[in-house]
Design a protein around this ligand. Structure first.
Ligand SMILES: [Zn+2]
Length: 234
């Protein structure tokens, strides 16, 4: 169910789902979609007001993700916009067809939706597609990088995806590496740089010279990759 909250003069459309939960939870999807999970008996006006009160936070999340992915902020996608995926720019082409689909072909990212779909359907399909590609691609790169650092005696643990507004990755004290799904916008060499940086933290939990000595040994051109990541997506 699509609802609308207000924050100042801004409208915040959100998708409402009611579930057997105790409290309301608001999340912002990487493509800007706002999802709200509310208790079964929560009052609709009350929900809209609560979302409105978090408006500042919602808009900031949308801006951060839009910047990272090169997506428009808090509105639906249109044909002709460009989308970053694995370091390349793709032109978005939205058309109607018999079946929902997202596919890449010859420099274009094509989104097909059924004629009866809601106007936010292309944005939702794109967000789901990017999230799915992020899961697959980042898992594949993590495996490769884990293998690479293993030859330097670093044993890696699990990794998971987590949206972080200002970070590409992090490494917890328990050895779990977190990667930002928005990294799927970056090229593979930049993705590998972020992963290897975090994997080096499994041995050095700091950024002292010892850490950089290790990093340069494992990834001699890390500075070039970091600069490329910052100029393309920073
Ligand atoms: Zn670090």
């Amino acid at each position: 169910m699509i609802c609308e909250a207000h924050y100042g003069s801004r409208k915040i459309p959100f998708r409402l789902e009611r579930r057997k939960v105790k409290s309301l939870a608001i999340s912002v999807h990487p493509a800007g979609l706002v999802e709200v999970v509310a208790p079964l008996d929560a009052d609709a006006d009350e929900i809209r007001q609560r979302v409105g009160r978090r408006g500042r936070w919602v808009l900031k999340q949308q801006r951060d993700f839009a910047r990272m992915l090169g997506l428009p902020e808090g509105r639906n996608h249109r044909s002709g916009e460009s989308i970053r995926y694995l370091g390349r720019q793709y032109r978005l082409r939205i058309r109607q067809g018999e079946k929902d689909a997202v596919r890449l072909s010859r420099g274009c990212l094509e989104i097909v939706t059924r004629p009866t779909s809601h106007t936010d359907r292309p944005t939702r399909l794109l967000a789901a597609w990017l999230a799915d590609r992020a899961r697959q691609k980042l898992a594949e790169r993590f495996q490769r990088c884990a293998k690479h650092v293993e030859s330097f005696g670093i044993k890696s643990g699990p990794f998971s995806l987590r949206r972080m507004p200002r970070r590409w990755g992090s490494c917890g004290k328990q050895g779990r590496v977190l990667l930002n799904p928005a990294l799927v916008a970056a090229s593979v060499d930049c993705i590998d740089y972020v992963i290897i940086h975090e994997l080096c933290h499994l041995r050095c939990h700091h950024h002292r010279p010892e850490f950089y000595k290790l990093l340069v040994r494992i990834l001699p051109d890390w500075k070039r990759r970091k600069a490329k990541l910052e100029t393309s997506l920073g």
